[in-house]
Design a binder for this molecule. Sequence first.
Ligand code: PMP
Length: 404
Amino acid sequence: MNNSTKPGEKMKSREEYTNNLSIVNTSGVFINFISELYSMNKTAEKIVHNFNAGPSILPKPVFEEASRSIIDFNNTGLSILEIGHRTQLFQDVIDEAIALIKELMLLDDEHEVLFLHGGASSQFFQMPMNLLHDDAKAAYTDTGVWAAKAIKEAALYGNVDVVCSSKEQNYNHLPKSFHVDPASAYLHLTTNNTIYGTQWQDLSLFYNKGVPLVADMSSDILSRVLDFNRFELIYAGAQKNIGAAGVNLVIVNKKCLGKVYRKIPSMLDYRNHIEAGSLLNTPPVFAIYVCLLTLRWLKSIGGVAEAEKQNYIKAALLYDAIDAHDLFNGTVAKEDRSKMNVCFTMENTDLEKEFLSLCKEEGMIGVKGHRSAGGFRVSLYNAVPYESVVAITDLMNYFAKKNV
Ligand code: PMP
């Protein structure tokens, strides 16, 4: 029963109900105001440039549509937050999201698309639980904190062969010369190292190792064209290029499943999720919906190829600004520079503090580097507008000239 309806009183229609509630009317106005601010990329006072590493900026039309759907999803009179996950309404959402992933990533029919709980960190253990025998061996590349966490979890299920590591050099480059035992169950890589700002540019290095490939693509998925079908399994937290935090994407070649003999809890067995179409239990409905909106946006701008082109231009602009001034030091090997997370430092820590507070004054959010890397990290995910990159490079040029 509606809590404003006394027993015996006729239940009010949703429209009557909302019209009679000033708070709802006010929040309607508020939503309009908020989405207007978003569409201008502004707070009430100033422009905001969001360089957060994740959760991070999403496209403005996604915020606008998601806000509207919280009030009224697809003119149903229902909020997206209150629809059942077993309704046709949500089935349409998840079906379209899966179809868009397949289309945008050009996946073949062997590859299944799953939306799962637990973030990318849960894949560090769920994946080996499904793919690695107790007595088998998996090869891992140790290229950052997230890769190291993946290694630690895999060791709970089988033998781990760390085939290369740049840990001793604070992960400032990607080690390219390594041997992989052809008997390895799989070779794991982190395509983009979010904290340190390195990214494997040429994945053909992995393609000819002769073992199945598994990749954590959390921070560069959908940002560049890759032959995704070459991977046995891909996983990624949604909160950078895919959508809202709370869900992760798993793409798995179904042929690689069912080969380990251990008992796998139902919720952790990929085969159950495939069979249930990612609806084994209540999925994160809203987070998946935001993924759908983001995927629609990506398709509308020209897909992954167009995103790649724009990401290349944005990253080049920022790296050029770093290289143009002695004041800034790029922290990683040039050939391994990430187009998603651009990291740099200054020799003088007082100047670092001054630059950070200047960024804050200018509405630049998320510029401070991760505590393991220090300095600055500017994340340039798909939704970061070119104008924001121009704004930060202008500020860098100004600051460098002021401090020659
Ligand atoms: N892998 C990479 C490359 C990441 O960047 C992150 C988070 N930033 C993770 C894994 C962990 O993701 P989650 O917080 O979704 O577990």
